[in-house]
Design a binder for this molecule. Structure first.
Ligand SMILES: [Zn+2]
Length: 468
């Protein structure tokens, strides 16, 4: 580890001193708690007693950790010389520097030797490196849980919930800042499960000699965004931007087995790059692949590039919506004629008789200008997508025809947290929120947090020096 100037070897066993110090803390705690429980004329309920303990334990248990650190890491506290973590040059201790540590156990304080390398302009404390102490006041265990909570509910709500469940309060500002820091380091490399993990999930879902069907569904959804404005004063107007996303899942014997979701407000090229990364993690020869989407060209181009063997299926529900629109404009909403025409057209499409539907549309006498326009649009849509319309044989082969799967993912990932009334997101923050929520949904949040931890624990100055 490079700490060559240690005064002593590490303590291998707890000494009586640590035990006594902790007993002392416990006694102080009991001095607070017992009089309240045994006061005259009041018989506290179980809930009242438990709440009292939750409320008071932070003050005392927070001090346990400094005691344990002093005992286990005493050799770091007595260190007189330590090498610079960047250039390796030895420096003499400058001072003892104090640090407040907020963990899930509460708040404690430690003093540890502080060193400075003039050549690198870098301050360092070897103890912080050994213990993975965060430069923030709240430590990594708190950061990890607080970020997860903020991904589920508003920052204000997460502060309240956290306080209620743990007995300690984190400010909105601190929650925001932590979330942004973790979100900034959340990358698709960690958000999408590894190839090993995906392969394991596929193997678990394969129960016969048939390869299971893997569905890749893509679509776009509009997100309320706003430009990054000045802290005070009027912000620019909000706008709706498209979050492009995909969901990859298996049709398992017992239902859908989720593999990966990814959504970002981004352009088409970035979407393509991200989808191809996900595609590279799928053992494609072990599955039969169904590609599902609406008529948008950008999405088909990239799905075909990532999954060249995929069976293209035009999302049935999107397709039916277009058919209904013509029925309504041409024959009137809810009329018998409209219903009959729609049913006939859909049945033909089921049997892949796209040409006949197009022929019928061409022979139609448009009722008015808007009907003429809708008919023209539908003809174009069907011509453009005819290769992807074969619902009956999809059904026979066990393939899905509609992407209910991605719509439910969208609702869960984006809408429940991002589309709250009156919430307009700065694009970068909205994307950070989407990445963290995808990670939670994909089961990869621990990996995402580990990556953040690695970056976060490297002092900013060292990152600057390395980038030179
Ligand atoms: Zn140095």
């Amino acid at each position: 580890m490079g700490h060559i100037a240690l005064a002593e070897t590490p303590a291998a066993e707890p000494t009586d001193r640590a035990r006594m110090d902790i007993h002392e803390e416990l006694d102080q705690w009991l001095d607070t708690v017992l009089p309240e429980i045994f006061q005259d004329g009041h018989e506290p309920t179980l809930e009242e007693m438990s709440d009292l303990i939750t409320r008071t334990r932070q003050k005392f248990m927070g001090e346990w950790l400094p005691i344990l650190i002093r005992e286990r890491y005493g050799h770091y506290l007595e260190q007189e010389y330590a090498p610079c973590p960047h250039c390796g040059k030895m420096h003499r201790k400058m001072m003892d520097s104090f640090k407040e540590l907020r963990t899930m156990q509460g708040t404690g304080r430690i003093g540890r030797p502080w060193f400075y390398c003039g050549d690198c302009e870098l301050g360092y404390a070897p103890l912080d490196e050994a213990l993975e102490i965060s430069r923030k006041k709240i430590q990594l265990d708190v950061q990890k849980r607080a970020t997860q909570l903020s991904a589920e509910v508003t920052f204000q709500r997460s502060g309240d919930l956290f306080a209620d469940l743990t007995g300690q309060r984190i400010s909105d500002h601190c929650l925001h800042e932590t979330f942004e820091a973790v979100g900034e380091q959340a990358r698709i490399e960690e958000v999408i499960p590894s190839r090993e993990e995906i392969t394991a999930r596929i193997e678990k879902a394969t129960r016969s000699k048939w390869r299971p069907i893997l569905v890749v569904a893509s679509d776009g959804a509009h997100m309320p965004t706003r430009p990054r404005g000045p802290r005070k004063g009027k912000r620019g107007p909000g706008q709706w931007q498209e979050a492009k996303g995909f969901r990859i899942y298996l049709l398992g014997v017992d239902g859908i087995v989720h593999l990966a979701s990814w959504h970002q407000i981004q352009n088409e090229e970035d979407f393509g790059r991200d989808l191809s990364l996900a595609a590279s993690r799928i053992p494609q020869e072990q599955v039969r692949i169904a590609l599902l989407g609406d008529g948008a060209d950008w999405l088909w181009k990239h799905m075909m590039a990532g999954f060249p063997e995929g069976r293209e299926i035009l999302d049935y529900y999107h397709c039916a919506e277009h058919i209904h629109k013509v029925g309504k404009t041409q024959y009137g909403e809810g009329t018998l004629e409209a219903l009959e025409w729609v049913e006939g057209a859909i049945t033909r499409l089921f049997f892949a008789e796209v040409g006949q539907v197009i022929g019928g549309l061409r022979r139609m006498q448009p009722k008015n200008e808007s009907a003429r326009e809708e008919i023209r649009k539908l003809i174009g849509y069907l011509q453009h997508n005819r290769r992807k319309i074969h619902y009956r044989s999809d059904r026979k082969g066990g393939y899905p025809i509609g992407s209910g799967g991605i719509e439910s993912a969208h609702k869960f990932i984006s809408h429940t947290r991002l589309k709250r009334s009156g919430a307009w997101w700065i694009k970068e923050n909205g994307n950070a929120m989407l990445r963290i929520r995808c990670a939670l949904y994909n089961g990869t949040y621990p990996q995402v947090f580990d990556h953040y931890k690695k970056v976060h624990l490297t002092p900013k100055r060292i990152r600057e020096l390395k980038n030179r």
